[in-house]
Design a protein around this ligand. Structure first.
Ligand code: EPU
Length: 306
């Protein structure tokens, strides 16, 4: 059968990445950089050194018609056969600074809790919801990350973005639309974000985050490899409550387990594979659908080859 893309060859991949200045790692296993610690290798993993380097990757991939994806590393499961083409990790994009009128700019690789700490250090409120979230600013923008304290869209002012032509543009949040754990963006890569914060006091920001962090420590399996909430909460209910009521806490497929602490988490007990995690998800969804007639929607993104 004829497919749209020419066959991926090493030569084409090499040509696509030849101008990259950051790290280029061939056949790199992705499990170690993913919070759930499962998943196969990338044909090539690139850690761009800066935004110009991200643009070089996009242009190289476009010239050779090679697929690319950015991995934040938290709310994602990579299948066991890994990812064809280019995978980018933006962990070198860690710049952060304050601008006028309580706006803070952070590059996509900044961890959300670091942005929260940076804001708190300047008595700026608005990022408290991100305390303890293991994701990055880039991932947080793309999926409109959030917790019961708030979400990215509440503070997002504008997005620093590179489109598929390799052009860097600023997209105002007022021109964007958001859903539950979803941001509608043009195709391309988020390389940074401006957040609009408000002046407060360190004490009140700290009090809010402390209570919240304590709640998460008590209710979530933070000491085991996990990828955050597995399912979105269905309207008017919570996925954790439903999965627990279905009697599924502690259910296992291999080393993948529905957490005994919080039923909307799947933890890796050591040697879980992506197939085991996905089989467990199927069982949970089937059981909850059968018992309660609710079709749980994944919050995670599943990518890679079968
Ligand atoms: N519940 C159960 N059994 C469980 C777990 C929860 O009955 O095993 C019940 C709880 O008693 C509570 C309700 O379900 O009445 C909601 O649980 P929880 O307060 O733990 O919040 P959640 O809706 O499961 C959300 C976010 C989390 C965030 C917490 C705390 C979603 C899908 N998840 O969880 O975000 O940390 O609130 O703010 O909205 C993430 O998105 O990756 C994430 C971890």
């Amino acid at each position: 059968m004829k497919t749209g893309r020419p066959t991926l060859t090493v030569e084409r991949l090499q040509r696509a990445v030849q101008r990259v200045q950051g790290e280029v790692r061939w056949g790199e296993p992705l499990a170690p950089i993913l919070s759930l610690q499962v998943g196969g290798p990338a044909d090539v993993l690139i850690v761009p050194s800066d935004v110009e380097d991200v643009i070089r990757v996009i242009q190289g991939a476009r010239a050779e018609d090679i697929p690319f994806v950015v991995l934040g590393g938290t709310n994602v499961v990579v299948r066991d056969k890994g990812i064809r083409g280019i995978v980018m990790q933006l962990k070198q994009l860690t710049g952060i600074h304050e601008e006028a009128n309580h706006v803070v700019y952070a590059q996509a690789g900044v961890r959300l809790p670091r942005l929260m700490q940076f804001a708190m250090g300047r008595n700026l409120s608005g990022m408290e919801w991100a305390a303890g979230i293991p994701g990055t600013v880039g991932g947080g923008v793309v999926m409109n990350a959030g917790t019961q304290l708030g979400e990215m869209k509440d503070v997002l002012h504008a997005v620093d973005f590179v489109n598929l032509c390799g052009r860097r543009i600023r997209v105002e949040a007022s021109n964007m639309s958001f859903g539950y754990r979803k941001t509608m963006l043009p195709k391309g890569i988020v390389v940074g974000a401006w957040v609009q914060l408000t002046l407060s006091t360190r004490e009140s920001i700290e009090a809010k985050t402390k209570t919240y962090l304590r709640y998460r420590r008590v209710t979530q399996p933070l000491t085991m490899p996990n990828a955050g909430s597995v399912f979105k909460n269905p309207p008017g209910d919570s996925a954790g409550r439903l999965v627990e009521a279905a009697g599924l806490k502690g259910m296992r497929v291999g080393d993948a387990e529905v957490s005994t602490k919080h039923a909307n988490f799947i933890v890796n007990r050591g040697t879980a594979t992506a197939s085991q995690v996905l089989a467990l998800i199927r069982k949970v969804r089937q059981t909850v659908a059968r018992k309660f007639g609710v079709r749980l929607q994944l919050e995670w993104k599943i990518i890679g080859e079968f």
